[in-house]
Design a protein around this ligand. Structure first.
Ligand code: IPM
Ligand code: SF4
Length: 755
């Protein structure tokens, strides 16, 4: 048997079928659903008369749109959410879970929370599983040794209908951090440092395994923070091999296996580690001692700098595209080169998000407050908020007295949700406001139009709240700090298990399905909803930006739609509309002839990074752009475009630059998918490209993945039979039967604190 990596093992255990070209039909064990990326998927099911194949493996919650104000007066979504589009999206999910019979943690349920917090908390996320969600930070669940990745809405529909996905295997990458971390350095600093080293495209096309003594020593919470931000490094997924720490975290959680089945599961999980001698395509080694508390200075998560450092100087960057990107970032961030990071003042502090809203994160921030002494107060002119990741974490933190500490220091203590991580709810930055944030993305406008984000750890965020400036948290260490912590009345450490006392009920019966539309394998001449892509000829718009993120392609306020169309005006909204006057800017897509572009040529790499929002390709498509040419693409964006009959073409940067020159001259390009070439004006030689053969076939014929996979029903059923025999705990464990027994609250309180 050849030596295998952890990823190889999980992959092999989930292949239903594999084609000659390596394209696999992969079985999905766990599907998390939230309100933003699911409405169009449910609509697709409804239109085709398809049920959800495995309600027992699907868990839904609301998180992105919901207000985080006190819910004491909460009656229902309709009366509680003021903003009409947010309200409509949450109401749509409530209707959909009823119609399709899914387990749902709504706003009245104390288990509601950020989708990537509640899955692990309930034991829904398990080692050795495949886990997906219409959300890029699904990588979080890799902390359990699960192959977990974000998908777009078309793929959400695919999973709901078939419980599978069509996938090509990614490359194996290992990031090893060995040695001892310096005092004051946390998991957030580790992952920010890694992204600073490898860049936001460093993991593109890869599944990362985090190895080495640092990750082995981390708690599950810390591992989740690391895996969460794998997507910011461009990786498809990030994983840590399961071990005793994983099992201790999971055992007795409501949806984890119990009794004899647990024993069986644990035995299998213990086999889930990379074999000695297994081959990685890419290896990165980082000494732990290199890492010091880290913050970001710019508008990409790779723009990191030690807190002791200064704002970089773009004139020292040779590469013109990179220099332009740095200049643009600094202008946006309102920063001057060489300013000391510790001299940067902040207006807001946000402690929350799926990266850092778990109990240990809150304890770590609280410890900084304790270290500062009993009279520590949030600096005047700073508004600081703490948003726990779930209702249960909020309760646990309150039982530990953390809320009192935060409130006493002047923090705002909120209800669970995504909140100011992306501000789809009212928690937003105003233009020009600067925020020290424990979230994961510092893109332009991410936390509010014109808002400026510095990413950092919870401990550093708390320090910034107290001083009003970005601050080295190590100033809150040492003998005086220890004396302050010692003098404070001891905080209780309460077990999470004290709050996991709600049985998870079986999902409701779905409503009767409307007469099903017969499904058959579409032949190349069958009508399909996916447009064919053969030849596209027309104006190409040049763009010279690196790491074009999907927040830039379409900002959050346009994600509240229940439709796939009507998004043409939303495309590159913040670049096309002056935020102050609302007038059109001179951005390339506003100018003739580029306002009629059918092609986009980007000279910067990593186009479409960040969020999994399929709204990005929808808005490009609505604008009329069918083809994007760039040196490289982020994985999820690439998949999403092809699901919509659009063509992303990756060609070397020199070719992109040459094509951009044609585009700047206002000359037509002609993209021929059959011939796999881009024909240039004035008799210049064409630029060749290649597209995966299966995808090319689907695009040329306008084929729809779901209809194709529905033909594999027998193979999927056979896989499910084998799955039930081999891994019985995966069959909706916990959802079967009327009430699921919950482990008796155990005295786990003696657990060593991670701070
Ligand atoms: C809304 C969702 C598609 C998005 C994501 O995929 O990440 C969001 O969670 C984000 O963080 O931008
Ligand atoms: S990154 Fe932010 S918006 Fe996205 S799921 Fe996590 S908390 Fe929610």
């Amino acid at each position: 048997m050849p030596a295998k990596t952890l990823y190889d093992k999980i992959w092999d255990d989930h292949v239903v079928e594999v084609q000659e070209d390596g394209l696999a039909l992969l079985y999905i064990d766990r599907h998390l659903v939230h309100e933003v990326t699911s409405p169009q998927a449910f609509e697709g099911l409804r239109n085709a008369g398809r049920p959800v194949r495995r309600p027992d493996c699907t868990l839904a919650t609301v998180d992105h749109n919901i207000p985080t104000v006190n819910r004491k007066t909460y009656k229902d979504v309709k009366s509680f959410i003021d903003e009409p589009e947010s309200r409509a999206q949450c109401a749509a999910l409530e209707d959909n879970v009823k119609e399709f019979g899914l387990t749902y943690f709504g706003m009245a349920d104390k288990r509601q929370g950020i989708v990537h917090v509640i899955g692990p908390e309930q034991g829904f996320t398990l080692p050795g599983t495949t886990c997906v969600c219409g959300d890029s930070h699904t990588s979080t669940h890799g902390a359990f040794g699960s192959l977990a990745f974000g998908i777009g809405t078309s793929e959400v529909e695919h999973v709901l209908a078939t419980q599978t996905l069509l996938q090509k295997k990614a490359k194996n990458m290992r990031i090893t951090v060995d040695g001892d971390l310096l005092e004051g350095v946390t998991s957030k600093d580790v992952i920010l440092h890694i992204i600073g080293v490898i860049g936001t495209a460093g993991g593109t096309g890869c599944v990362v395994e985090y190895a080495g003594s640092v990750f082995r020593g981390f708690s599950m919470e810390a591992r989740m923070s690391v895996c969460n931000m794998s997507i910011e490094a461009g990786a498809r997924a990030g994983m840590v091999a399961p071990d005793q720490i994983t099992f201790d975290y999971l055992k007795s959680r409501p949806l984890a296996p119990k009794g004899e089945v647990w024993e069986r599961a644990e035995k299998y999980w213990r086999s889930l580690k990379t074999d000695d001698g297994a081959k990685f395509d890419i290896e990165v080694n980082i000494p732990a001692s290199d890492i010091i508390p880290t913050v970001t200075w710019g508008t990409s998560p790779q723009d990191t700098v030690p807190i002791t450092g200064v704002v970089p100087d773009p004139t020292k960057i040779d590469d013109p595209v990179k220099r332009a990107s740095a200049e643009r970032s600094l202008a946006y961030m309102g920063l001057t080169p060489n300013t000391k990071m510790e001299d940067i003042t902040v207006d807001k502090v946000f402690i929350g998000s799926c990266t850092n809203s778990r109990i240990e994160d809150l304890r770590s921030a609280a410890k900084t407050l304790l270290a500062a002494g009993p009279s520590a107060q949030v600096a005047p002119n700073v508004h600081a908020m703490v948003v726990p990741g779930s209702g249960l974490i909020k309760k646990q933190a309150e039982a530990e007295g953390l809320d009192i500490l935060f409130k006493r220091a002047g923090f705002d203590w909120r209800e669970a949700g995504c909140s100011m991580c992306l501000g789809m709810n009212p928690d937003q930055l105003s233009p020009g406001q600067r925020c020290a944030s424990t979230s994961n993305r510092n893109f332009e406008g991410r936390q509010g139009s014109g808002g400026r984000t510095h990413l950092l750890s919870p401990a550093m965020a708390a320090a910034a709240a107290l001083t009003g400036k970005l601050t080295d948290v190590r100033k809150f260490l040492g003998s005086r700090a220890e004396a302050n912590v010692g003098a404070a009345s001891a905080l209780k450490v309460v077990s999470a298990f004290d709050f996991l006392d709600d049985p998870v009920l079986a999902p409701p019966e779905p409503l009767p399905i409307e007469p099903a539309v017969p499904v058959s394998l579409p032949s190349s001449d069958a009508p399909s909803t996916v447009p064919k892509f053969t030849i596209v000829k027309g104006i190409a718009a040049p763009l010279h930006i690196e790491n074009v993120d999907t927040d830039m392609i379409i900002p959050k306020q346009f994600l509240k739609t229940l439709k796939r169309t009507g998004l043409a005006n939303a495309l590159f909204f913040t670049l096309r509309k002056d935020p102050h006057t609302g007038e059109e800017t001179d951005f390339i897509l506003n100018r003739a002839p580029y306002n009629k572009s059918k092609i986009l040529v980007c000279t910067g790499k990593n186009f479409g990074c960040g969020s999994s929002r399929e709204h990005a390709p929808w808005s490009l498509n609505d604008f009329g752009i069918r083809c994007i040419i760039a040196p490289s693409f982020a994985d999820i964006f690439k998949n999403n475009t092809m699901q919509n009959g659009m063509l992303p073409i990756a060609v070397p940067v020199e070719d992109c630059r040459a094509l951009a020159v044609d585009a700047e001259a206002g000359l037509d390009l002609e993209v021929d998918l059959e011939a796999q070439e881009i024909r240039r004006p004035n008799g210049q030689p064409p630029v060749p490209f290649t597209v995966d053969p299966f995808r090319r076939h689907c695009l040329l014929n306008g084929l729809d993945d779901i209809a194709l996979t529905m033909q594999r029903g027998d193979a999927i059923s056979a896989f499910e039979k084998r799955r039930t025999e081999t891994w019985p705990w995966l069959d909706g464990f916990g959802f079967k039967g009327a009430r699921i027994p919950v482990a008796p609250a155990k005295a786990k309180s003696a657990k060593k604190m991670d701070w």
